[in-house]
Write a protein that binds this ligand. Structure first.
Ligand code: DC
Length: 229
């Protein structure tokens, strides 16, 4: 008798630059399908927060890898959608979303050993009935066997506006000019790094969300999902 084939938990990846709307869109998709949600950027951000707390330099690859093994993180999302993140029991929700943390995350994310160390953590999110994975390299590196790969784009000025609005809603002060400069700098680093650069997978569906609202973007992706599931 031949062995029962292992049925792999389906993954849908949503990659793209910061401010493309992928986080919000991914959360809506996960809620709509009743699937798990991985915000992979939050793991890089958490590592950056832990490094700051422990005085680990953002280019100290070995120390950062050791830190990944020690981190105890807890993510909760209230039914109203309010996020709370604990790092070793300490509430880091606010610090996690700041632009300086995003920048530090982008620096640690350029280190190959750090990316490898975070792979197992990301793979653990793949649980039944399915996973929506949001990031930069979800479709290219972390879940290359995803059943659907989306790459969300948007013009830099539009992405800066969205980030600025998000930060304001979280009570984080920053000027629009600062946010645009950060968005451009981070894009440049994420797109040009040697390992797992931000780029669409060959089989990704590219969607430009510059002139689309969240509901329209989600509806477009759901249409694609329903052709395969
Ligand atoms: O999505 P975000 O802004 O929270 O991500 C913060 C940084 O983490 C981003 O600038 C690049 C890095 N990152 C990455 O390299 N790979 C991922 N899969 C997710 C984030």
């Amino acid at each position: 008798m031949s062995p029962t084939p292992l049925i792999k938990v389906p993954v849908i990846t949503v990659d793209g630059p910061s401010g493309s709307g992928k986080g919000t869109v991914s959360q809506h998709l996960a809620a709509e399908l009743g699937w798990h949600f991985l915000d992979s950027g939050a793991l890089y951000r958490l590592l950056a927060c832990a490094a700051r707390r422990d005085g680990v330099a953002l280019n100290d690859e070995a120390a950062l890898v050791a830190l990944v093994d020690r981190i105890d993180a807890e993510f909760t999302l209230s039914t109203g959608g309010t996020e709370r993140v604990l790092l070793d029991g300490e509430d880091v929700t606010r610090a996690l979303r700041g632009e300086d943390t995003g920048n530090a995350a982008s620096q640690v994310a350029a280190l190959p050993a750090v990316r490898t160390a975070l792979l197992a953590w990301q793979h653990r999110y793949r649980r039944p009935p399915g996973l929506i994975a949001d990031g930069r390299d979800m479709g290219t590196v972390v879940f290359p066997d995803a059943v659907l790969k989306i790459f969300l784009e948007a013009r830099p000025d539009e992405r800066a506006l969205r980030r600025h609005k998000q930060l304001k809603e979280k009570g984080i002060e920053a000027s629009l000019e600062e946010v645009l400069a950060e968005v451009r700098a981070r894009d440049e680093r994420d797109r040009t790094r040697e390992i797992a650069p931000l780029e669409p997978a060959e089989d990704a569906h590219i969607i430009d969300s510059s002139d689309l609202d969240v509901d329209t973007t989600v509806a477009l992706i759901l249409e694609q999902i329903h052709t395969i599931i």
